[in-house]
Design a protein around this ligand. Sequence first.
Ligand SMILES: C[S@@+](CC[C@H](N)C(=O)[O-])C[C@H]1O[C@@H](n2cnc3c(N)ncnc32)[C@H](O)[C@@H]1O
Length: 464
Amino acid sequence: QEDLESELRTKSKRITYEDPDPYKNLIQWLKDGKAEVSKVQIEVKSEGYRTLRASQFIRQGEWVLFVPRTHYLSLEEVKKSCLINRKMIQLNYIPNNIQTYFVNHLLQENRRQNSFWKPYIDVLPKDVSGFPTYFDAEQDALLKGSPTLFTVMNQRKIFREEYDNLKEAVKEFQRYGYTYNDFVKFRILTISRSFPVYIGENEQQQLLVPLADFINHDNNGFLQYGYSPDADGFFMQAVRNIQKGEELFYNYGQWSNKYFFMNYGFASLTNPMNQFDFDVCLDRNDRMFKMKVELTGGNICWGNRLVNETDHDTFRQSLATVRFAQISKLDDFMQLEEDVQNYNQFWPGWHTTPKTIELEKATFKALRDLLVSELANFASTIEDDQRRLNDPSTPEFRRHIIMLTMREKQIIKKNIEVCDMMLSVIDKTSEQLKDLMRYYNYREIARFVNSEIIPMKLEAEGLA
Ligand SMILES: C[S@@+](CC[C@H](N)C(=O)[O-])C[C@H]1O[C@@H](n2cnc3c(N)ncnc32)[C@H](O)[C@@H]1O
């Protein structure tokens, strides 16, 4: 194995790139490898924040850049050319994430003086302290109340476990003295810089692609990427005409702020995919606790999510889960048991349909109380956040925490308002409700009232 390693090292000694400007080395290395990089230019906005600009007009459909297979890292490549990875495979060690194969390869190449990958490694960000995995107790405290804090803790645990297990299982990993900090740094760099790409028809691969990984995210990104079998490499393509000098962006995906924050270290106020994650749990003092647990196959809590828009299934699901927890009448529960015959497994958020106006009232009240207490858990108010965002001395990493948690709080607040609104109208007559819903802003709520509440009202009014 060591022979193969030294052979690779000799091979990589052929050309060295020693310009004091690491970006020049990167471009020259890519050009020497027959990459097509002439239409883009690197701009260093700050040491940790670089971007690409179009160095010429680029027509819609044209490739913006091309990197051949020899100059990007694929899973196949890193499994083959990294000693630790080969050992892992021999030992049948299954990493908790395939990112570990990339991390091991980067650690190896980072250690080598004359690595073929040196021009790439030299331009990877040096400082990743803005990623939540690196936060200290004081920075964690800023996330208090946010469901993201739990995810951060969990991520740290996963990273630590992998590092400790690797050290234990692969003696070379320990011998090279790779530190936990470097392991985590390369793990984060792998997460935040990899491209999921379809190579074969159904074969999705992660790739680390030099230079392409300088492009930042925007919701209105105008590039797409892929693998070209004919050219045997990775391309970025313009989906519209791009003017000379324009900054290049692509859309990293329709992800929530929490996802961006965890994987890329940023959040945005304009992300349309924001969400607030929260748990709805059964009350252990509930008389029906045991019956409910039995019905759901042993569950007590369910993860739910609310989004910006109340025009969304997530609202109905959250409501239904709370409704399940709120059922207190045997009749309602029996009706639920009847409904359940139609499903293989009972999911409170999908299957707990409205039963009575009384139950709906209790449900909106309980959801409201839950959200009010969630809101009170946060370290700061929306107003504090707004003030800090307006203050230019607020550090960059902190802005992202504020944007993340502020959006979570805004979602909670909006949903509290919906609960309040429902509680204020639920005692009205069916006619009054119909009138109110005609101009109601939240379509999902209006649809819910029209399809569920009004029929219940009509039935009750008919009986009366
Ligand atoms: C693939 S890299 C893009 C290039 C990066 N700016 C650099 O200098 O190497 C992804 C990283 O860029 C930054 N980034 C990308 N899009 C961003 C955005 N819309 N807002 C803030 N930071 C962003 C984040 O630090 C993220 O982890």
